[in-house]
Design a protein around this ligand. Structure first.
Ligand code: FE2
Ligand code: FE2
Length: 318
């Protein structure tokens, strides 16, 4: 599969799953939702506040939530053609259960993470994510070095180096969100020195961490970029998701290059590990978590996550 075709496939899996109805217990909350709208003309006061009748007609709930009440709205963007974006204050209801997940590409010698201190589950999520992203910087540097040592094409080596730079940005963003949501000091990334990986070791790590876990991470960040109720989080995940799609493409490009260099026995071991990792992931997402992470951070709830994993298994990991 071509690289761009893989990104299209991953996007289509997310889009196809978005309308899935949520089930389970319900919670309600006040939220500010920014709406991009077709340009329209309306009278706003000096602070950009629009009449209630206008707000009721343009405001919508975040994806997969039910709009209970519109408190008001104000203009956030206008052009010569009129108002093009509004921020809506509303009360919404969400029904469903959730699980937290963060993907990444850890280096081979990564030590287990230390404890995270956070009262807010969002703080805990971002502290965990910051650790995963920071570790992935070394993971991609390690991948770039190993690919160069084994004589991979310069384009793959360059893409792995670029991915390390992406992860540096993601780690900074996640650490900033961890602070915003009240997390304490982040646990350090500690890595033991390990021997340079053989082609098979590289292929096994790439299958597990890249083709399955980071690819799932790419799909989840896509999901978050479309469903996070917190506008700042949603915007951050638009950029992160774009990078993570590239990382998923890189994983499959590396897999193709390695496949041609492995014997039949090693190929079977790689394929078996990929399937076993997909099984593990399916078990891992089959659990509840904090509703706030679904609503504010846009993490898929259990049913949505199981659907995404099932689709990926059928189309990429079988
Ligand atoms: Fe990342
Ligand atoms: Fe990544």
């Amino acid at each position: 599969m071509k690289r761009s075709a893989l990104s299209d496939l991953l996007r289509s899996i997310v889009i196809a799953a978005l309308p899935v109805a949520a089930v389970g217990c319900c919670s309600d909350r006040d939220v500010e939702v920014e709406e991009q709208v077709d340009a329209f003309v309306a009278e706003a006061d000096d602070g950009g506040v629009l009449p209630q009748a206008v707000c009721v007609s343009v405001c919508k709930p975040p994806l997969r939530e039910t709009l209970k009440q519109v408190y008001g709205c104000h203009v956030t963007e206008a052009t010569d053609a009129g108002i093009t974006a509004v921020a809506c204050d509303e009360h919404v209801e969400h029904c469903g259960s959730i699980f937290p997940v963060a993907g990444g590409r850890p280096p081979l010698g990564l030590r287990p993470r230390g404890a995270i201190v956070a009262d807010d589950p969002a703080g805990a999520f971002f502290a965990q994510m910051a650790h995963v992203e920071a570790a992935a910087i070394d993971g991609f540097v390690e991948l770039a070095t190993a690919l160069a040592v084994h004589g991979a094409p310069a384009s793959l080596v360059d893409d792995a180096r670029r991915a390390a730079d992406d992860e540096r940005r993601h780690a900074r963003v996640a650490a900033a969100f961890a602070r915003r949501f009240g997390a304490g000091a982040l646990p350090p990334v500690e890595i033991d020195a390990v021997a340079a990986p053989s082609l098979e070791t590289l292929a096994l790590a790439n299958a597990r961490e890249g083709c399955v876990l980071e690819t799932y991470g790419a799909v989840v960040t896509q999901w978050q970029s479309r469903t996070a109720g917190d506008r700042v989080v949603r915007r951050a995940f638009v950029n992160i998701a774009r990078d993570e799609l590239r990382h998923a493409e890189l994983a499959f490009a590396v897999a193709r290059w390695l496949h041609a260099r492995l014997d039949a026995v090693a190929r079977r071991r790689v394929r078996d590990l990929q399937r076993a990792t997909a099984d593990e992931l399916a078990r891992d997402v089959d659990r509840d978590s904090d509703p706030r992470l679904v609503a504010a951070l846009g993490l898929p709830d259990r049913d949505a996550a199981l659907g995404l994993v099932a689709d990926l298994r059928a189309r990429l990991w079988s």
